[in-house]
Design a protein around this ligand. Structure first.
Ligand code: SF4
Length: 331
């Protein structure tokens, strides 16, 4: 048995100092994934710095119509916030479809963004996994990979990014506020999640000791009509096989602007910029929606067990776009 020491600082500077001082330490927030990984011996910190009670729990409306959400807000509090549900329904829906009620009451917003992949080989210390042990190989390439990614993959890792919340944040051009030894900085959500490339063990552009303090949501008026559509093997408490976050602005019969992001099919929350380019400026319709979906999925690299995801993602995109357009879009 390994001994892990534990502290619970009362402020952000104290937490950052504690983790920065010891490379063998790690932050602990809601613990809904991390505790499992400690028990499985996948993560092996010698010191845990509990940030779960830091005063980072405000859900604030900003003067410009945006919002700022503290990193230690519980998923359930944000999902049930009337302001979030009114301004950013895709975010509320993604959170509500993201976990069981018990997990939503425990898990924090910041912790959700830092959650590790659900690849079963990552969690099995007997299996080769470049993300857990760099250079050891990837058992999923020729293993059971039905749930794995078809976009953004590399020969080093094909694990799907597990977060629903992150898909909505990428579609909304959210900003991740972080703070470290050198002070605060802000990272666009799309840049906060790294492709695996040759370094799948590196998932975020964070310096040692940097801590997420808040999530910034810029005003996106058309997001009032947005939605999050998630397809999965069962109706609750399950990860996405394919999901779509979409917001549309229709004006004079054409799509003036569209935000589209995919979950369940890529190694990071996937902003569908190829599809957005096809859709923008065009009158909405079944042929256009399908053309956009096909264009987005053109670079997909499926494996025999997960090839179905290409068709599933295509159909999920088309259905989400139909639903958003039928609702009238919001300019
Ligand atoms: Fe590890 Fe990624 Fe391969 Fe899964 S897909 S075994 S997480 S390297």
């Amino acid at each position: 048995m390994r001994t892990i020491s534990y502290t619970r600082p009362s402020d952000v500077p104290g937490a950052i100092a504690a983790v920065t001082a010891d490379p063998g330490s790690a932050y602990l927030a809601g613990g809904t994934t991390e505790i499992d990984l400690l028990r499985l011996d996948v993560l092996r910190p010698r010191h845990l710095v509990d940030v779960g009670r830091l005063p980072l729990t405000a859900i604030e409306d900003l003067d410009d119509g945006g919002m700022r959400i503290g990193a230690m807000c519980r998923m359930s509090d944000v999902a049930e916030s009337p302001a979030v549900a009114r301004k950013f329904p895709m975010l509320s829906q993604a959170l509500l479809q993201g976990a069981s009620p018990q997990l939503r009451h425990m898990a924090s917003m910041g912790g959700n963004l830092m959650q590790r992949v659900r690849c079963s080989y990552y969690r099995d210390t007997e299996s080769a996994c470049n993300k857990r042990v760099p250079g050891s190989g990837c058992a999923a390439l020729d293993g059971v990979n039905r749930g794995h990614a078809v976009l953004g993959t590399s020969e080093q890792c094909i694990a799907t990014h597990p977060s629903d919340l992150a898909v909505a944040l990428v579609a909304l051009d959210a900003m991740v506020h972080v703070e470290g030894e050198t002070g605060p900085r802000v990272i666009p959500a799309d840049d906060f999640f790294l492709l695996p490339g040759d370094t799948p063990e590196r998932e975020h552009p964070l310096a040692p000791g940097e801590l997420i303090t808040a999530i910034g949501l810029p005003a996106v008026p058309m997001a009032r009509g947005s939605l999050y559509l998630k397809v999965r093997d069962r109706a609750s408490y399950e990860f996405a096989l394919a999901s779509v976050a979409v917001a549309l602005a229709l004006q004079d019969g054409v799509i003036q602007e569209v935000r589209l992001a995919l979950g369940g099919v890529a190694t990071k929350p996937w902003r569908a910029r190829r599809a957005e380019a096809v859709l923008t400026g065009q009158p909405p319709g079944a042929d256009l929606f399908d053309r956009a979906a096909v264009e987005e999925l053109e670079p997909a690299q499926p494996r025999p067990m997960n090839a179905f995801k290409v068709q599933l993602a295509r159909r999920t995109m088309v259905r989400a776009l139909h639903t958003a357009a039928e609702a009238g879009g919001f300019a």
